[in-house]
Design a protein around this ligand. Sequence first.
Ligand code: NAD
Length: 544
Amino acid sequence: MSNAYFHIQEPTNEPYFTFAPGTSERESLQKKLRELKSEVIEIPAIINGKEVRTEDTSDVVMPHNHGHKLATLHLCGEKEVNMAIEAALEAQKEWAAMPWQDRVAIFQKAAELVTGPWRDTMNASTMLGQSKTPHQAEIEAAGELADFLRFNAWYLAKIMGEQPYSPDGVWNRVEYRPLEGFVFALSPFNFTAIAGNLPSSPAMCGNVVVWKPSTESVYSNYFFMKILQEAGLPDGVINFVPGRGANVGDPVLASPHFSGLHFTGSEPTFNSLWKTIADHIGQYKTYPRVVGETGGKDFIFAHNSADIDALVVATLRGAFEYQGQKCSAASRMYVPASIWPEFRDKLLAEVARIKMGDVEDFSNFMGAVISKKAFDKICSYIDYAKEAVDAEVIAGGNYDDSVGYFIEPTIVLAKNPKFRTMQEEIFGPVLTIYVYKDDEFEETLDLCDSTSPFALTGAIFAQDRYILNKMADRFRQSAGNFYINDKPTGAVVNQQPFGGSRKSGTNDKAGSMLNILRWLSARSIKEVRVPPKEWRYPYMGTTD
Ligand code: NAD
């Protein structure tokens, strides 16, 4: 069936449901939420297409109501990892040989399942397991995940068509092979779409994968694994191996067949993985591709020509949507003194209107943070700010984990631009603002660029075009995703390829062809039609 050049249609981004009152999608989602909540499921590992249960289990609970158990999770260790690697290497023989358009067809079908019959399940499981509002779930667990699957298929098709020049008498070709060995996909808790993309994009390219989802998002991630199986993914191509970090990571990285890491998560985790890979480098059969997107200390920088109302909306959404648990969330801000009083009053008035609570109550804008560990860490930063002499908590600051892990949207006003919460990734609903003197604009640009080790996202607000250009130039290396008069979150596949540099990762841009290229290893082929029969070159001839 591969005896023609098949065409992959350029996709469009998946439109989002609004879930407005009275809509059928709202009713359907609410029904699914009730259904999922009414049962406790078992989440086994899925290795070589088979469910694998282990002795080591843990409870999966709802962050906004931690007394409610959603699932029993089977945690993997070295034994299951070795089974998964073996299954992947066995599957590689047929999978790598499958025509690319057939491989791609499986993931295109998965996208249709995500946005069709499984849409409610993906959204409801993301809401319950990761405490997302309907809107936050819909834009990623349905929309972005389907976009990743569809656009990556299209990028791969375009890459396959990239062929070198052939002069007369020669046929030059480039073949795009998968990596030899297996890829380790290691995903974070905060986006179901990222969790789905990390194993899928390498697999689409013919790679085989060991996927360790985060134990904190395993509920929605498990349903996506079921979707891949329903879409026709052959056994062993992606092996779903949930477990505690190093229990899975260490045996995976010790395998000589490890050939690539597709990671998204925190900077310390990526650093430790990179070190482990370096320690094992001599024993790998191939130099592994290391792709990692990590943390951020994302900024909003306002000039005194900024539209204040637009700045308020961008700040509120950028800092507090999904409880600030987006790698791109605004967590530090620079505001000129001349507009500060008006901006402060408007922002505090709007923040006071934010409703937080159970995500099943659709009037809420915020849910709970993901876990007790995250709750304690974020609260320790808030307590630190409350006690500091060079900072003041001007909004929120309260927290309560009696029912769920709830933390109020919190704003810290820092007198010191290098205050700790201006520098470190907190990963929660905490925004720190520094008010600068208008005539120190230039110095404050430098300050913003040099305050944090990260360079993931950043946003500038101004109406003055000279100033916008100046800021865009000055911040060239400060953010991999840069926004002008917009919030620094909400990148869309194929529109704003996503990733940062410096300590924010390898900037291999998820949702673009740049990422897909990392999962292919090119082989150049030269075929000569009529090979030479004489070894001597013309210059060697003599005139005598
Ligand atoms: P995390 O680093 O705690 O965990 C990420 C994954 O690594 C999880 O599956 C975890 O179990 C695993 N892990 C942890 N230690 C390990 C070890 N020693 N060996 C093997 N695996 C290990 O991150 P998280 O809390 O799940 O996610 C939040 C972080 O992710 C934040 O720092 C955020 O900025 C970042 N993030 C970045 C992007 C991006 O595109 N740049 C996107 C989303 C999240």
